[in-house]
Design a protein around this ligand. Structure first.
Ligand SMILES: N[C@H](CCC[C@H](N)C(=O)O)C(=O)O
Length: 260
C-alpha cells in the first residue's frame, strides 16, 4: 500500500506524520513504525504520529518513539501535529485535541509559533543532585557545568537504564543556567535511545525543575536547545504547576509517499 506521509520538525525534534482519520494504518506493526523512522532504511525521524478523528475534540494524537513503540506525551510532536492539522485545514489558529495524557489546548500565532498547553505538574521529586517529574512523559533533570562538552548519550543511557528508573526508564535532561530567564538543555530521549536536538516535555520539565529548586523565581523561562529555542511558562499553585505552556516553532519539511 502506498501511504502519504508528512515530515515536520520542532526545534530539530523531527517526526513522520500520517493522516489516519480513515483508520487504515497498521498501528500494532512496531517493526513498520521503526522502519519508517529509520534514517537509512526509511524516512527518518525521532518519532511517528498519527492524526485521528476524536468524538470530543478536533483530533486525536497517537505518538510512537522511533523504536516503534507507542509512548507517552510528546511536546514537540504535539506542536507539530497542531501545525499539520492547520495545514490540512482541520483547524484554524486554535484547537483542542486529545492525546495519551488527556486534553490539550493549543494556538498558532502569525509567525507560526505553536503554543501548547501541557498537563498540570505536581509531585516533583527533588533530590540533592537531580529532580524527577512528569510533564506528560517522565523526566530526570540535573544541572551540568560543562554542558557543551558533556557526553549526553553515554551519561544519559547510564541513568536511563540504571536502577533509578527500572523497566519503564525515563528521559534524561542535562541543564546549564545561562541567567535567571534562560537555561541551556540537552536531552537523552527514552525510546529514541540517543540525544535528540530538542525534547518538548523535557524543556517543560527542566523549566519547572529550575523554578522548583530555586535556580530561578521566574515563571516564563527560555530553554535553549541544540535545535533552536523553546520557551515555557507556568503558574504556581502551592506545590502544583498549572497553566503550563510550551512555545516554539513547528515546521513542515517535506511530504512524500512510501510503500508499506
Ligand atoms: N521519548 C519520550 C516521548 C517523546 C518526548 C519528546 N520528543 C517531546 O518532545 O516531549 C518518551 O518516550 O517519554
Amino acid at each position: 500500500m502506498l501511504v502519504q506521509f508528512y515530515k515536520y520538525q520542532g526545534t530539530g525534534n523531527d517526526f513522520v506524520i500520517i493522516d489516519n482519520r480513515t483508520n487504515f494504518f497498521p498501528k500494532e506493526d512496531t517493526k513498520l513504525i521503526e522502519r519508517l523512522c529509520d534514517r537509512r532504511f526509511g524516512i527518518g525521524a525521532d518519532g511517528l504520529m498519527l492524526l485521528e478523528n476524536d468524538p470530543e475534540t478536533d483530533f486525536k494524537m497517537v505518538y510512537y518513539n522511533s523504536d516503534g513503540n507507542q509512548s507517552t506525551m510528546c511536546g514537540n510532536g504535539g506542536r507539530c501535529l497542531v501545525a499539520f492539522a492547520k495545514q490540512l485545514k482541520v483547524i484554524g489558529d486554535t484547537t483542542s485535541f486529545n492525546a495519551v495524557d488527556g486534553l490539550h489546548h493549543a494556538s498558532v500565532d502569525k509567525d507560526g509559533i505553536v503554543s501548547l498547553q501541557m498537563i498540570d505538574v505536581d509531585g516533583i521529586k527533588i533530590n540533592p543532585n537531580y529532580s524527577f517529574l512528569n510533564t506528560g512523559s517522565p523526566h530526570h533533570v540535573q544541572l551540568v557545568d560543562d554542558l557543551e562538552h558533556y557526553n549526553v548519550k553515554e551519561n544519559g543511557a547510564a541513568i536511563r537504564y540504571g536502577e533509578l528508573y527500572g523497566k519503564a526508564g525515563s528521559n534524561i535532561n542535562f541543564v546549564k543556567k545561562i541567567d535567571d530567564a534562560t537555561f541551556a538543555l540537552r536531552t537523552y530521549e527514552r525510546g529514541v535511545e540517543d540525544e535528540t536536538l530538542a525534547c518538548g516535555t523535557g524543556a517543560t520539565a527542566a523549566a519547572i525543575a529550575m523554578n522548583a529548586t530555586g535556580q530561578t523565581d521566574l515563571t516564563a523561562i527560555n530553554m535553549n536547545v541544540e535545535g533552536g529555542k523553546l520557551s515555557v511558562s507556568f503558574e504556581k499553585e502551592g506545590d502544583k504547576y498549572v497553566n503550563v505552556f510550551l512555545n516554539g516553532p513547528a515546521k513542515f519539511v517535506f511530504e512524500g509517499t512510501i510503500e508499506i
